[in-house]
Write a protein that binds this ligand. Structure first.
Ligand SMILES: NC(=O)c1ccc[n+]([C@@H]2O[C@H](COP(=O)([O-])OP(=O)(O)OC[C@H]3O[C@@H](n4cnc5c(N)ncnc54)[C@H](O)[C@@H]3O)[C@@H](O)[C@H]2O)c1
Ligand SMILES: [Zn+2]
Length: 364
């Protein structure tokens, strides 16, 4: 991973098995040359949803005016877009409109748009380029980097997908000024998760600058977005295909994804579900030696965020959804634990009975 820094923007280079790509973080980046260069003279398919296009679509005017052709492909807003029906509509539309192997998909939205657009780019004509312009904090700190792209099935989150690296990621914090408080918090959860499991100084930065972050202060956001991306990039460079260390990024996600499935992908934002998943992972970590001081600090960090309460959910339904988690192997579930702030580990030796009783205590 390489870095270059100026007061206006930071560029992080992420290496992967077929080359590398750059992630730029800063303000006023949507008119910048790297984005224009990635689209210039090409057939561009912009995947977005109506609310995002109407809020920020004009910001792309300058770079899109340099493309050979531009098609806006609007998808349902939020998680509702992440399914095979929508993917199929996009594949058909791109083919009809003359999409070729040198066409490029531009993902202009949050993590839902990015995951869907990346999946469509990964599979259309066996893979075409895609560029990520993430418009939510969650997508900037996490989803847009690392090349995991997917859609959901009714029974399982992100269960059909691929690894497909973006050609470029442009994380412009100017886009975040219109985010709802819930979406801002949802992104902070993923970033705090990364700090807790990988880098105590990132967790500390979020704790220290929380008031500014909750007001979408651009300087605080640039610091946390860049720090999160550096942290994630280092992990995905070492373990692109999630065979080991990258699994740590799923801290809070085994239960978090199960909550989303049980709520049929509605009711809670992804980051909100993960926040509850983190609190449960802290309980499991306590059983395996996480100190009371660190456990309380993680809980304080999560509870300092304005989060909706966990709706009442059935233990059996949650356990059933957990059993379809992608990290599960035959016979056991994998849990990501935190043995101390800044460190993570995976375990798969909790018995079904231990998990059930921990979950029953957690839910009451
Ligand atoms: N691929 C990965 O590595 C990875 C990592 C983390 C999360 N994810 C996925 O990301 C998804 C969640 O992403 P998300 O939290 O960005 O949610 P989202 O994409 O569903 O967007 C949430 C809401 O934010 C709105 N929005 C987007 N940009 C906006 C802006 N600039 N101003 C105002 N509103 C805006 C959208 O219209 C939407 O209603 C989940 O599906 C999750 O599984 C993927
Ligand atoms: Zn997540």
């Amino acid at each position: 991973m390489g870095e270059s820094q100026s007061s206006a923007a930071e560029t992080i280079t992420v290496a992967h098995d077929r080359g590398e790509y750059q992630v730029t973080v800063g303000s006023g980046l949507l008119e910048s040359e790297p984005l224009a260069a990635a689209l210039r003279g090409r057939r561009v398919f912009v995947v977005s949803s109506e609310p995002i296009r109407s809020l920020h679509g004009r910001r792309l005017h300058h770079v899109l005016s340099q493309a050979n052709s531009v098609e806006w492909m609007m998808v349902p807003d939020g998680e509702a877009a992440k399914n095979l029906d929508t993917a199929s509509q996009l594949w058909n539309r791109m083919l009809k409109l003359g999409g070729k192997r040198d066409s490029v998909v531009l993902a202009f939205g949050g993590g839902s748009v990015g995951d869907l657009a990346g999946f469509v780019a990964a599979t259309f004509l066996r893979g075409i380029d895609f560029v990520q312009v993430p418009t939510t904090l969650l997508a900037q700190v996490d989803a847009s980097v690392g090349g995991k792209v997917a859609v959901d099935l009714p029974l399982g989150k992100n269960t059909v997908g691929a690894f497909h690296q973006p050609q470029l990621v442009v994380a412009d914090v100017d886009l975040l000024t219109t985010l709802s408080q819930r979406d801002l918090v949802s992104g902070l959860v993923e970033s705090f998760k990364m700090g807790v499991i990988l880098d105590a100084s990132l967790a500390g930065a979020i704790e220290t600058r929380l008031a500014e972050l909750l007001k979408a202060d651009p300087n605080a956001l640039i610091q946390v977005v860049a720090h999160s991306i550096r942290t994630k990039a280092a992990v995905v460079e070492r373990d692109a295909f999630e065979s080991g260390e990258r699994m740590l990024l799923n801290f809070g996600h085994t239960l978090g994804h199960a909550i989303e499935v049980c709520l049929e992908y509605g009711g809670l934002r992804h980051g909100e579900a993960v926040a509850h998943g983190i609190l449960f992972a802290v309980e499991l970590s306590r059983l395996r030696g996480l100190s009371e001081g660190d456990a309380a600090r993680i809980e304080r960090g999560v509870k300092a965020l304005p989060l909706p309460p966990l709706p009442s959910l059935d233990v059996d339904a949650l356990l059933d959804a957990c059993s379809r988690d992608k990290k599960a192997t035959e016979g056991s579930l994998t849990w990501v634990l935190c043995p101390g702030i800044g460190r993570g580990l995976t375990v798969n030796d909790f018995s079904h009975a231990e998990i059930r009783s921990a979950l029953e205590r957690f839910l009451c």
